[in-house]
Design a protein around this ligand. Structure first.
Ligand code: CO
Length: 300
């Protein structure tokens, strides 16, 4: 990896880690989701990085993919198990990291430790040429040893410039059908999920997180307001996910009907919430690493 690129990843990683810890400290009884999301995102920008995706605040049975709307008034309640997932980038070089916080109780300490230990064990194994199914195996064994299930249809992912999910998947279960090996310089987001539920997720309702489709087809939009909005979104967010609430910087009102119309036309994708199929509680921990010949460097 080019030295300049390497420094950008390290810088993105440092800012992401600080933002994650800052956000995690804020998650307390009675605090608004929206406040946490806004403050974490502001801090990322103040430190000089870009936001790689909206701050995800996923509660309890929601494993991932929820970001508050512009008018969200929900607050953290006692016993909530909160996954805070944060992404930053410097010139498109992305760092992605997540942590689980339980609000006011300690009922899920061991499940939080299960995903955290699974991540540590995976990191200890990661190096150039390692079979990623071996990494999935250690994640599965670690989480199972605590009496929980890994989520088998969520995986870690490789990162490329301005690309949040770029090819490689890091499984959370032993998966011998897929013998993939990372190379030196590959950047991977590793994210084990543990649950006391089904161990796989299904799609729920909308996450308030969107992505512009790569294939440019704004000419199919007849209505000028939607067309203008789509062009602005592509210009501003490019290939990275964006939040419903960010669209108020592009359009002062009527954001929701435009988002709905653009989703319907297939010009933007609305991500769904990812929810454990049996409604079990889910914990997650995530770091971004750079693969080395003899190990890996955690940048978050
Ligand atoms: Co993440």
């Amino acid at each position: 990896m080019d030295n300049d690129i390497y420094e950008k990843y390290r810088c993105a990683g440092k800012i992401a880690a600080e933002a994650r810890d800052y956000g995690a400290d804020m998650i307390k009884l009675g605090v608004c989701f929206l406040d946490v999301a806004n403050k974490v995102e502001s801090q990322i920008l103040e430190r000089g990085a870009g936001i790689a995706f909206p701050v995800n605040i996923s509660l309890n049975e929601i494993a991932a993919h929820y970001s508050p709307r512009h008018d969200d008034v929900s607050v953290f309640k006692k016993g909530d198990v909160v996954k805070l997932d944060v992404g930053t980038h410097i010139d498109g070089y992305i760092a992605d990291t997540a942590v689980t916080v339980e609000v006011g109780t300690n009922k899920y300490d061991s499940m939080i430790k299960a995903s955290s230990d699974a991540l540590e064990n995976a990191i200890a194994l990661l190096k150039a040429g390692i079979d990623l199914s071996e990494v999935g195996k250690i994640v599965q064994e670690t989480i199972t040893s605590y009496g929980y299930k890994p989520i088998d249809n969520l995986t870690g992912h490789s990162l490329k410039q301005y690309e949040l999910h770029s090819g490689l998947s890091i499984p959370n279960v032993a998966n011998s059908s897929q013998r993939v090996k990372p190379k030196e310089g590959d950047v991977l987001a590793v994210e084990p999920f543990a649950t006391n539920g089904a161990g796989h997720v299904t799609s729920g309702v909308g996450s308030n997180i969107y992505l512009c489709n790569k294939s440019f087809r704004s000419k199919i939009i007849r209505e000028s307001r939607s067309k203008m909005m789509f062009n602005k979104m592509r210009g501003r967010f490019k290939t990275l996910p964006f939040a419903q609430r960010w669209c108020y910087n592009l359009l002062s009102d009527g954001v929701d009907p435009v988002l709905k119309k653009l989703s319907f036309l297939g010009l933007i994708k609305h991500y769904t919430q990812l929810i454990d199929a049996k409604g079990g509680i889910v914990t997650q921990k995530e770091h971004t690493v750079i693969i080395r010949e003899d190990g890996c460097e955690v940048i978050t």
